[in-house]
Write a protein that binds this ligand. Structure first.
Ligand SMILES: [Cu+2]
Length: 652
C-alpha cells in the first residue's frame, strides 16, 4: 500500500465504523434511504408545514451490511434521518412553512433553497437564498411555491458556497412544484450526490481522488433499488444534481426527451407539459444529458424494451465499482458502482405474447470476431489493449496497431450480425455497444438481460439447460457471442464495461457506424474517439485522439463532404472541447448533423464555427466541406483553452 494511502485511511478512521463494531455508531440513528416517492410534511389550513432537524446519523450508502459513516442528515421531526432529506412537494400556489432545528453540536448551519419559486425578492428587499441557524437553535421560514418545476434545498456546516464533497454533502433535499390542481404524477425523482476527498478541482485539472463515493437517492450501486416499469409505461424523471461535479447521465437502451432544465433557482420548460404526443415528438431525443453541478433536468421516455438497463454517470470516475465508502480498490471486478441504477422493464400485466417461446432468429450471414488482446508494450501497471476485428470468411485478423483504440465497426442498418467477443486480455471483460438491441447484449455482466419465467413444475423440462439469461463477465480466454441488428443509421460507440477507467484508457473503445447498406466510404468519414491516457501523469495534460497522443495527419481530398463522428470517453474530466481550426488558427466552419446517433432536424443543421463541448458518452456528428487546400487541425482542449491533443489534417 503506498504511503499516502495509509495516511489517508488513518485520517479517515475516526469517521468510519462498521455496523457492529462501534459504540458511537449505536448511539446515533441510522439513515434511512429516501427514494423520494413520499413527500414530507402535513397540510395545515392550505399550507404545507414540515418540521425538520439536522442531526448526526450513520449512513450506509453501500447497503446496511457494509461500512457506514457518521454524517449530518436531515430528518422530519419524529422520524428517521434521511438521505436525501425529506421531499418537499406541493402544487403551484402553495405556501410552505418549514421549521428547522439545528441539533448539531457547535456547528452553524447555512441552509439554501428554502425560498419562493420563482425566486424574486419582495419589493425593496435583496433576494437572499440562505438562512443561518446556529447550533442548538430553531428557525421558521415561510415561502410560496408558485412556479411548477424541480428544485432543491441544501445545507452546509462550513458556510462555503456550493461545494458538495465533505461530510455535509448529503444535506440535500428535493423540492417539486406540480402544476396547480394536478394530481401528483407517477414520476421518479433522483437526487445525485457525492462524498469525497476535499480536493480542489478546477476545470483544467484532473486531480485523482482516493475516496469518491457517488450515490443516487442516498445509495451507491449495487446497493438495491431497481427502478421498475412495465413494458409500454411512460417514464417521467426528475434528476437533481446536488453535487458540485458535472455528470453526463447516460441511459442505456432508450432515447429520452429532456423536457426541462434548471439550476435549483429556476426551471426552464423546453417541451410544454400541454404538448400532445405528436407535438412533443418534434422535440429532440438523446441518450446522455450532461447535468452541471447544482443543475436539474426532467426527462421522459417510453419503456418499450424488456430487460435491465443501466442509468449511470458515464464518467468512470463516478460510476466504476469501488470498495465500500468509495475507497479506491484494484481488486473489485464488479463492472458498475456508485452513480448508477438499473431500470427494469417487465412485461405488462395484460401482455400474453411474451410467454411464447422466442422465435429463433436465423444465424446471421454476416459474422465478426473481435479479439480483445494486449498490444505490444502492455504492462500490468500501464496496460495497452487493442482489438483485432476480423470479418469471418473475408479477412485475416489485422496486426497489432500499437494504438489504444479498437477499429471502427461499420454495420448496415437492419442487417443482423453476429460478433464473437474473444477475451485474450489478462482480466475479465465485457463490451457495451450503444446501438439499440436486446438487453442481454447491452453487456453489463449479471445485469443486462430479461429475467426468465420459470417453467411450471409439471411442464417438460429442457434436456440441455438454457444459457444464462444475463450478459456474462467474459473471463480471460473465454468468449461471448453478441447479436446486433441496428435499427437506425448513425454514430455509436462500443466500449469496456468492466473497470472502464483502466480498460477504456488502455484501448477497449471504438466507434460503431451504421449506414444504409454498404454506403460507408472510409475516405469521407472521420471517426474521432477522444479518450484518456492510462498514465495518470500524462492524463493531467494530454488526451488521446483515436488512441494516439500524436496522431498522424489525415489526408483529405478537397471537394468532399467529410463527416466528423466525435465522441468522448475520458476519465475525470467533465468536458472536453473539440475545435476545428484553420492554418491561421481561426475556426473552420462545420455543420452539426447528428446528436447521440440521432439525425438533427433541418433547422438545427446550421453552419457554425467548428467548436463543440463534449462530455463523456456524448456523440456528435458534423459535416465539414473544406473549400481550400491547406492545413487544418482538430484540437481537443480544456474548457479554458489548454490544448490536450491535436489531429493534423491536410487538405490536398
Ligand atoms: Cu459523474
Amino acid at each position: 500500500m503506498p504511503l499516502r494511502r495509509i495516511a489517508l485511511v488513518v485520517a479517515a478512521l475516526p469517521l468510519i465504523a462498521t455496523a457492529s463494531s462501534s459504540a458511537a455508531a449505536q448511539a446515533v440513528e441510522r439513515v434511512r434511504v429516501n427514494d423520494n416517492r413520499a413527500p414530507g410534511g402535513v397540510k395545515l389550513s392550505g399550507a404545507l408545514a414540515i418540521r425538520m432537524e439536522v442531526k448526526l446519523a450513520m449512513w450506509y450508502p453501500d447497503g446496511e451490511s457494509r461500512p457506514g459513516v457518521q454524517i449530518p442528515a436531515f430528518a422530519e421531526l419524529g422520524t428517521a434521518p434521511r438521505v436525501p432529506g425529506p421531499l418537499i412537494r406541493a402544487p403551484g400556489g402553495t405556501d410552505v412553512i418549514v421549521v428547522l432545528r439545528n441539533s448539531l453540536l457547535n456547528q452553524t448551519l447555512t441552509v439554501h433553497g428554502l425560498h419562493a419559486r420563482p425566486a424574486i425578492a419582495p419589493a425593496g428587499q435583496m433576494f437572499t437564498d440562505s438562512i443561518v441557524i446556529p447550533a442548538g437553535t430553531t428557525q421558521q421560514v415561510r415561502f410560496r411555491l408558485d412556479r411548477p418545476g424541480t428544485y432543491f434545498y441544501w445545507a452546509t456546516t462550513n458556510g462555503r458556497p456550493f461545494d458538495r464533497r465533505g461530510d455535509d454533502s448529503q444535506l440535500n433535499g428535493a423540492i417539486v412544484v406540480d402544476e396547480p390542481g394536478e394530481r401528483t404524477p407517477r414520476d421518479r425523482i433522483f437526487v445525485l450526490s457525492m462524498w469525497s476527498d476535499t480536493v480542489p478541482v478546477s476545470s483544467d485539472s484532473v486531480r485523482h481522488r482516493q475516496r469518491e463515493l457517488s450515490a443516487i437517492n442516498g445509495v451507491a450501486w449495487p446497493a438495491p433499488e431497481r427502478v421498475q416499469y412495465q413494458k409500454g409505461d411512460i417514464a417521467r424523471w426528475r434528476v437533481i444534481n446536488a453535487s458540485a461535479d458535472a455528470h453526463p447521465m447516460h441511459l442505456h437502451g432508450f432515447y429520452y426527451r429532456v423536457t426541462r432544465r434548471g439550476n435549483g433557482m429556476a426551471d426552464t420548460v423546453l417541451v410544454p407539459t400541454t404538448a400532445t404526443a405528436a407535438a412533443a415528438a418534434a422535440f429532440p431525443v438523446q441518450h446522455t444529458e450532461r447535468v452541471a453541478g447544482g443543475g436539474t433536468y426532467s426527462a421522459t421516455f417510453v419503456t418499450d424494451k424488456l430487460g435491465a438497463w443501466l442509468f449511470h454517470c458515464e464518467d468512470p470516475a463516478h460510476s466504476e465499482a469501488r470498495a465500500p465508502l468509495g475507497y479506491e480498490s484494484r481488486n473489485v471486478t464488479r463492472a458498475v458502482g456508485g452513480l448508477a441504477t438499473i431500470v427494469e422493464v417487465t412485461p405488462a400485466d395484460d401482455d400474453t405474447t411474451w410467454k411464447l417461446p422466442p422465435a429463433q432468429p436465423p444465424y446471421p450471414a454476416r459474422r465478426f470476431r473481435m479479439l480483445l488482446r494486449p498490444n505490444l508494450g502492455s504492462t500490468a501497471s500501464l496496460p495497452i489493449y487493442g482489438i483485432a476485428l476480423h470479418e469471418l470468411g473475408l479477412e485475416t485478423p489485422p496486426p497489432d496497431t500499437g494504438q489504444r483504440i479498437g477499429p471502427t465497426l461499420v454495420l448496415n442498418r437492419s442487417e443482423p450480425v453476429s460478433v464473437w467477443v474473444v477475451n485474450q486480455l489478462p482480466e475479465p471483460a465485457s463490451l457495451t455497444w450503444g446501438v439499440e438491441g436486446e438487453s442481454i447484449f447491452d453487456g453489463v455482466p449479471g445485469v443486462s438481460g430479461v429475467k426468465p419465467i420459470p417453467l411450471p413444475r409439471n411442464a417438460p423440462q429442457p434436456k440441455t439447460p438454457p444459457p444464462p439469461p444475463y450478459a456474462p463477465l467474459i473471463a480471460p480466454n473465454d468468449s461471448f457471442e453478441v447479436r446486433l441488428q441496428p435499427p437506425r443509421v448513425g454514430t455509436f460507440a462500443y466500449h469496456a464495461v468492466v473497470s472502464p477507467s483502466r480498460q477504456i484508457s488502455a484501448g477497449i473503445v471504438g466507434a460503431v457506424v451504421v449506414t444504409e447498406k454498404n454506403r460507408y466510404d472510409a475516405a469521407l468519414n472521420i471517426p474521432m474517439v477522444i479518450s484518456s491516457p492510462s498514465d495518470s501523469a500524462l492524463a493531467e495534460h494530454a488526451l488521446l485522439l483515436n488512441g494516439s497522443a500524436s496522431p498522424a495527419p489525415l489526408e483529405l481530398k478537397r471537394g468532399g463532404t467529410f463527416r466528423v463522428r466525435a465522441m468522448a470517453f475520458v476519465v475525470g474530466r467533465p468536458d472536453v472541447v473539440l475545435e476545428l481550426r484553420q492554418q491561421d488558427t481561426t475556426f473552420a466552419a462545420w455543420r452539426p448533423v447528428a446528436r447521440d446517433g440521432i439525425e438533427l432536424a433541418a433547422t438545427e443543421r446550421v453552419s457554425m464555427p467548428g467548436r463543440v463541448s463534449l462530455a463523456t458518452g456524448q456523440v456528435r456528428d458534423f459535416e465539414f466541406l473544406p473549400i481550400r487546400v491547406g492545413e487544418y487541425r482538430l484540437e481537443a482542449r480544456t474548457p479554458n483553452g489548454t490544448v490536450l491533443a491535436v489531429q493534423p489534417i491536410r487538405v490536398y
